[in-house]
Ligand binder design. Structure first.
Ligand code: DGL
Length: 278
């Protein structure tokens, strides 16, 4: 198949709605670009899925976004960044089109942490898949070998958010439990990364239970800053990203369901199109 050469939107991919928290920050910082968001809602959550399946689904999504004219795709999902990004970058891209780029969210988040933690003890809340991959531990320790990283899986948090229960009293139990576990495992933690793009929706609950003085880091702002910096360093990619300030949304689930839930993340109504991945 022949990929388009003319400039196209920046593709933003997540298993579901979580990537909207990243897209929101990117649009705040770089409103001039066009964006194409794809949520694989029909197959979310990815958190409990195997490496092979997450890789296969992510590859399909990236190919879809390339087909639709994107030269740059941001995998705005930690689980997919942890399990699929490296293979796509190293094994697939050279054969598909070595001039296209796929970037993830773990590296830019890891980069910021060295300037934030004082105690050099950092916690990560993420899906089971991201924690098991050890991607955050590896990325952070590569950059800052003096930092101790402790990951706490939060398997109930994405379902609470996807089912619009993130503000309910029931959510308190699951949030308090995971914060308690993490802080017992390493009481010296002074900084916690929200290593899942869904989790900013639980921020109010998290702040309610986190010990005083512990900083919570939602990653959207750091990913957006890193992308802005990337565009300056890579003018050859920047010219391939169209700048009409538009944003289009696609989902593999029903459009009504997506529009309703996307509103929780974006606080605006959006026009959505249903697509299939293969
Ligand atoms: N938003 C995804 C992430 O950042 C997790 C959602 C899922 O489990 O599919 O890891």
């Amino acid at each position: 198949m022949k990929l388009l050469e003319s400039p196209g939107p920046i593709g933003v991919f997540d298993s579901g709605y979580g990537g909207l928290t990243i897209l929101h920050q990117m649009r705040q910082l770089m409103p001039q670009y066009d964006y194409l968001y794809l949520g694989d809602n029909a197959r979310a959550p990815y958190g409990p899925r195997s490496f092979d399946i997450v890789y296969q689904f992510t590859r399909e999504a990236v190919m879809k976004l390339f087909d639709l004219g994107c030269h740059l795709v941001i995998i705005a999902c930690n689980t997919a960044s942890a399990k699929a990004l490296r293979t796509i970058q190293q094994n697939d891209l050279p054969g598909i089109d070595p001039k296209r780029r796929v970037l993830g969210v773990i590296r830019p988040t890891a980069e910021c942490i060295g300037h934030i933690t004082q105690s050099r003890h950092v916690g990560i809340f993420a899906t089971v898949g991201t924690i098991k991959s050890e991607s955050y531990v590896l990325e952070i320790q590569k950059l800052y070998p003096d930092i101790t990283v402790t990951g706490e899986p939060c398997p109930m948090w994405v379902p609470l958010i996807e089912n619009n229960e993130y503000d309910s009293p029931g959510a308190d139990y699951f949030v308090e439990k995971r914060i308690g576990n993490l802080m017992r495992r390493d009481p010296k933690i002074d900084t916690i990364i929200l290593g899942c793009t869904h989790y900013p929706l639980l921020l109010n609950k998290i702040l309610k239970y986190v010990p005083r003085g512990v900083k919570i880091i939602p990653q959207g702002e750091y990913v957006a800053n890193s992308l802005k910096d990337y565009m300056v360093r890579h003018p050859e990619i920047d010219v391939k990203c169209s700048k009409g300030g538009k944003c289009h949304y696609m989902t593999t689930e029903s459009v009504d369901k997506f529009s309703e839930s996307a509103q929780l993340f974006l606080h605006e109504t959006v026009d959505v199109e249903q697509v299939t991945l293969e």
